[in-house]
Design a protein around this ligand. Structure first.
Ligand code: 16G
Ligand code: MG
Length: 527
């Protein structure tokens, strides 16, 4: 067919290495950048089909997030700014793995299954991170879009959450905001300034945050945003990409996993620091105390802090559920999309992964209720103040996905409003000592889990063995699950002391190694 001639022609310029098989993983395709050219072209094709199918703008973000500089990857963004729906993840894998001669068949298969009208217009927004490989890879996406006669808009260098935001703005006809980087800064910064307007008990020292930009796109964008904050927040930027290597010895993932500050920065006691990851959709906070001890405030700490803040204002709105309960906790499998969908079921859904990815979602009903209270002249002062606070919170937060920049602004605003130091925030609760390990096995799929990945159902005997190990220690828990991004099994343990947590993690790793087909040397004790 004539309409596919351009696909044939263009795809020969982006050929698939024969036999190469890649999976659309937890957060898209991700691997060494030199294996991705054909994937990018094909994701341009797929995004165009998705756009025709949904009659909406779709996003394609070229990034490998916290992975090393040599890697790259791609994430697809659905119309409301959320991650692409699971059925299309399957198509993504099929299209990516079709051999060169089978590409058209694979494409037509999707068109048929989804009954796509090929005369429908298509619009695709494309963004990229700062990796060297991102420029040519995002061009491959654009080639894919144009070869199916789709329209594209290239946003160039943006953070992943910024592109999610653009897609949502575009598809809500501007209701969510203006689909430009300027629009994004204006919306977030104005809301931040409003939120902190009356934070009178906040000293100049408290308005100062140190940001580790992971030598990535987040650093660039913080620089761009700074002016919009009108000096209401002072930002000292480190790892801004001028010298260091992306994600190397820095960034949110490094700080969280290593439980130490980025290499090469000097942290004075009392200073407040945060780290972004390579595409700025994760954030963690930290500080050192007067003894030089490092303290990490991860996604869990941010989550509880948000909830405590919001509960202070939502009491006015009777947003409790039908059972009369004020709050509910829900656990899901690992992966932002699972958390996001669970959070959508609430009036106000707050979610975070411990790694620092998270946000707050407000239902339409909740937003309307809040707006009514703000507008209604009969609302008493105290209620109006609470409603305004919530309205500005809605505007500062990026509801489409976890966003390091927007999360930083909300955290900084809450600290200012409460007149709290990072130490006081940290003191709200103490984490139990914990340890995360990984075990290499020949096929991680032999581990099957249930109950939001908290219990293993296979291989036989694994859960029983974990249960009996856990009983040996006080306040202990341990979970295992196959990784969604690496060929390993993840082991988590916690207990009353660090020694117990480490010992338990090691013992559980050994059980995994023995029952799930470990490869290489047996896991060694940590001490
Ligand atoms: C991806 C996910 C993240 C998850 C992580 C788990 C997105 C945007 N990111 O980075 O949510 O925590 O994978 O990886 O979905 P793991 O299974 O290898 O631990
Ligand atoms: Mg990321």
């Amino acid at each position: 067919m004539a309409q596919f001639q351009e696909v044939i022609k263009q795809s020969s310029l982006h050929p698939k290495p024969a036999g190469l098989v890649l999976q659309y993983g937890t957060a898209g395709f991700r691997t060494n950048a030199n294996q991705l050219d054909h994937i990018m072209f094909r994701m341009g094709l797929l995004a165009t089909l998705r756009s025709k199918s949904t009659k909406a703008t779709i996003g394609v973000m070229v990034t490998a997030s916290h992975n090393p500089e040599e890697d790259n990857g791609v994430k697809l963004i659905d119309p409301m700014g959320e991650m692409v729906t699971p059925a299309w993840e399957v198509y993504a894998t099929q299209l990516a793995n079709a051999e060169q001669d089978d590409l058209l068949t694979a494409l037509k298969d999707i068109i048929e299954k989804e009954a796509i009208n090929m005369n429908q217009e298509a619009n695709v927004f494309v963004g990229k991170d700062t990796r060297c490989s991102s420029a040519s890879l995002s061009q491959a996406v654009l080639d894919g879009v144009s070869s199916l006669a789709g329209h594209s808009k290239d946003y160039g260098l943006v953070t992943t959450p910024q592109l999610h935001y653009m897609v949502c703005c575009q598809n809500t006809g501007g209701k969510y905001g203006e689909a430009t980087v300027e629009g994004y800064y204006n919306k977030l910064c104005q809301a931040f300034i409003q939120l902190t307007k009356n934070a009178s008990n906040c000293t100049d020292d408290q308005k100062h945050v140190h940001v580790d930009g992971a030598n990535g796109i987040g650093a660039l964008k913080v620089r761009e945003m700074e002016g919009h904050l009108k000096k209401k927040l002072q930002i000292s930027l480190f790892n801004d990409g001028c010298q260091g290597k992306l994600n190397h010895q820095c960034g949110a993932d490094f700080v969280k996993v290593q439980q130490k500050p980025p290499t090469g920065v000097k942290i004075n006691p009392g200073e407040r620091w945060c780290s972004f990851d390579g595409d700025a959709d994760r954030i963690v906070y930290y500080y050192t105390d007067s003894e030089g001890q490092f303290h990490l405030l991860d996604g869990d700490k941010i989550n509880t802090y948000y909830i405590a803040f919001l509960c202070g204002y939502t009491g006015w709105f009777r947003l409790e559920d039908s059972s009369g309960e004020k709050g509910q906790m829900r656990c899901t499998k690992t992966g932002v999309k699972h958390l996001h969908h669970a959070a959508q079921e609430f009036d106000i859904g707050v979610y975070f992964e411990a790694n620092g990815h998270g946000t707050v979602l407000f239902s339409k009903a909740a937003e309307e209720k809040i707006q009514l209270l703000v507008k209604n002249p009969n609302t008493d002062d105290e209620r109006k103040r609470a409603a305004l606070m919530l309205q500005n919170t809605i505007n500062v937060i990026n509801q489409t996905v976890g966003d390091a920049i927007s999360d930083m602004l909300l955290i900084e605003a809450i600290l200012a409003i409460k007149g709290m130091t990072v130490q006081q925030w940290d003191a709200i609760y103490s984490d139990l000592p914990n340890r995360q390990l990984k075990v290499k096995v020949s096929d991680r799929r032999v581990i099957d889990t249930t109950d939001a990945e908290r219990r293993a159902v296979s291989p036989a005997g694994l859960q029983e063995a974990i249960d009996s190990l856990v009983k040996k220690y006080r306040q202990a828990r341990s979970f295992v699950r196959p990784s969604g991004t690496e060929d390993v099994v993840r082991v988590y343990s916690e207990a009353e002391t660090q020694e117990s947590a480490d010992a338990l993690a090691h013992e559980v790793s050994l059980v995994v190694y023995r029952l799930a087909g470990g490869v290489g040397d047996e896991p060694k004790p940590l001490h």
